[in-house]
Design a protein around this ligand. Structure first.
Ligand SMILES: Nc1ncnc2c1ncn2[C@@H]1O[C@H](COP(=O)(O)OP(=O)(O)OP(=O)(O)O)[C@@H](O)[C@H]1O
Ligand SMILES: [Mg+2]
Length: 604
């Protein structure tokens, strides 16, 4: 915050340029404004209390700089702020800037604000009832500010009617505080509702605060879950004065909605289509369209390059040059995801281990005294039996390597040496540290995807002509879209043209694909083109299309592989970026560490 700070009325020409509209829609929006004020005031602890979801009572208490009695009187006046010292709406460095929040809240509630600035020996308190100001009175108060809001919307019954039940309103309040807290790990936040703590976020310890990343990750872990912290990659990238930091979840840690994507611009939580689109673009290679990554990204922008004065609730921003921002986000995320290489999320291995763990069933009725070995669950026992007796059951084909082959290679490959193929779908390999199980179809799809992309970049894709051209019904819109993109698709090896109403005829396909499922492929492409619209660059489209192409190749699951083929696949995976997950975000392999396996069998 700028010093010295003076609280004063904004000149009217400036007032007219501030985005006007409803500031207080529900308890959560009042709390958001009050907590933002506390953050701007340099608070170290902020405590919020609610009754009836905030409808009958809200209090927000901070230990920030506080206000003198003169400042208190101004603070509840419209258009009075201490935060625009140079009248410059293009240089906003605080969360507030309009001088709107307190008077707006005070005009629709019974409002009390009490405060004491540093160095003063007493505090002062001021009441405002439905916008009508009472006189100042001295009040005992520690340094900092307390705002109490009673009977929100008491004078506007129409708005009262729109409030949801208390639990839903408090959930919104908690969400607003969580978002703000993610950008401020040095501040302790607490939320109580009807004397129950809904949030209790301690400030990062002093030693942790020296490591910005560690402090932030600790706060993020409390809010987004341990899983996120364990499976996130740190981001740090710059471009033309913009800086992006934060954490990006591995694609294998995906969710069905974009709800777990938190974006901040200069410490302000925002919901922004541009930013969300950039995240989607960066991950599209790794995730199915209906899956979403978890991210918490913090963009620091030069204040002149971003306009926060576009929405009355200050939840949206506009960038002077959105291209730079988009490029920065997509580039930073892609680089980080590539560097993470074939790391798959620990969640996957944990889930696998969980599945292996003995479940309570008949086997658990056996006594398990000290020193006894836990029962092996049925599924694992069967797998083990098949493994131990490869040739006993004709239906369970198990390929084993010659033992000396493994020794000769020293087993130092990250994905180990192939030992067996199970159910004609999974490759089991032995590593220095444990056991790896590879989904051969997912792995193959990923490798093919990368190959297609590389071939395309290097020399363009080789095509194969179909003996019998194939007609695919895709609907009129689909046919039109495919026809529009025919030239680009041909470059990727797919030659097609319109065929009557609502259909296309496919004449050539990428040679790499072998016998692809052309019907499924073309229909998916049509859907994809509709989804992508014109938002994506050609390069991004190409990559998405490559993913779709790879997915529709002759399926390798259910195919028997020789030991040589299995090992070749493992070596290729090691050499291929992003091989930890197929392009739908499913893992291509899981690794079980020996230590975990030993624990399963009670050896540790
Ligand atoms: N918790 C607080 N501690 C210290 N000063 C405060 C606090 N809350 C408000 N103020 C002072 O009161 C002024 C008015 O607050 P108000 O929230 O109405 O406007 P603002 O924060 O300046 O802008 P905005 O309307 O965008 O929030 C602030 O500029 C600040 O000087
Ligand atoms: Mg404010």
């Amino acid at each position: 915050m700028s010093t010295p700070r003076t609280l004063r009325r904004l000149p009217s020409n400036l007032v007219n340029r501030i985005a006007a509209g409803e500031v207080v829609e529900r308890p959560a929006s009042a709390v958001k404004e009050l907590v933002e004020n506390a953050i701007d005031a340099g608070a170290g602890r902020i405590a919020v209390m609610l009754k009836e979801g905030g409808r009958s009572f809200i209090s927000v208490v901070d230990d920030g700089v506080g206000m003198s009695p003169q400042e208190l009187e101004l603070a509840v006046e419209r258009h009075c702020t201490s935060k625009l010292p140079d009248d410059d709406l293009t240089d906003i460095r605080t969360l507030g800037f309009r001088g709107e929040a307190l008077p707006s809240i005070a005009s629709v509630s019974r409002f009390t604000i009490a405060s004491r600035p540093a160095g003063a020996d007493t505090g002062w308190s001021l009441d405002v009832d439905g916008g009508v100001r009472h006189s100042l009175r001295p009040a005992a108060h520690p340094q900092g500010t307390r705002v109490e809001v009673r009977d929100l919307f008491f004078a506007t019954p129409a708005r009262l009617k729109f409030l949801k039940e208390a639990r839903s309103e408090s959930a919104h309040v908690a969400d607003a505080i969580r978002r703000l807290s993610m950008a401020h790990p040095a501040i302790a936040f607490r939320l109580e509702s009807e004397e129950r703590a809904l949030l209790d976020l301690p400030a990062a310890s002093a030693s942790l605060l020296k490591e910005v990343d560690a402090a932030r990750l600790q706060r993020l872990a409390t809010i987004m879950g341990r899983d996120f912290a364990d499976n996130a990659i740190a981001i740090d990238a710059n471009r033309e004065g913009f800086r992006l930091t934060g954490f990006a979840g591995l694609p294998t840690l995906n969710r069905p909605t974009a709800q777990h994507q938190y974006l901040f611009v200069n410490g302000r939580p925002v919901r922004d289509k541009l930013l969300a689109g950039a995240v989607r673009g960066a991950y599209q290679d790794f995730l199915a369209r209906d899956r979403h990554p978890m991210v918490a990204l913090f963009l620091e922008a030069p204040p002149q390059m971003v306009d926060v004065n576009v929405h009355p609730a200050k939840t949206e921003v506009r960038f002077r040059d959105s291209g730079i921002v988009r490029g920065l986000i997509v580039g930073a995320l892609r680089t980080a995801l590539s560097a993470a290489g074939h790391r798959a999320s620990t969640t996957v291995a944990d889930a696998a281990l969980g599945a292996f763990r003995p479940h309570t069933g008949q086997s658990m009725s056996l006594p398990m005294g000290r020193g006894s070995v836990p029962q092996v669950p049925r599924g694992l026992a069967e797998a083990a039996a098949q493994f131990m007796a490869p040739f006993a059951q004709p239906s369970a084909r198990v390929e084993t390597t010659r033992p000396d082959a493994a020794n000769a290679t020293g087993m130092s490959y990250p994905l180990g040496v192939a030992r067996a193929q199970l159910h004609e779908t999974y490759i089991v390999s032995q590593t220095d540290q444990g056991v790896v199980i590879v989904d051969q179809h997912a792995a193959h799809e990923r490798l093919l995807h990368e190959k297609l992309k590389n071939q395309l970049e290097a020399e363009g894709v080789k095509r194969q002509a179909l003996l019998l051209p194939e007609v695919v019904e895709v609907g009129e819109d689909g046919a039109r879209r495919l026809a529009q993109r025919a030239a680009e698709l041909a470059e990727m090896g797919l030659v097609l043209e319109p065929f009557g109403l609502g259909a296309v005829v496919v004449r050539e396909t990428p040679a790499l694909l072998g016998e692809a499922d052309i019907q499924g492929l073309v229909r998916d492409l049509a859907d994809e083109l509709a989804e992508m619209g014109d938002h994506l660059s050609l390069k991004e489209k190409v990559e998405e299309v490559c993913g779709t192409l790879a997915c529709h190749t002759s399926v390798r699951a259910g195919r028997r592989l020789t030991v040589e083929e299995m090992n070749a696949l493992l070596r290729q995976m090691e050499a291929t970026p992003h091989s930890g997950q197929c392009n739908h975000g499913r893992p291509t392999y899981v690794e079980l560490k020996l230590a975990d396996i030993e624990r399963l069998f009670g050896r540790r």
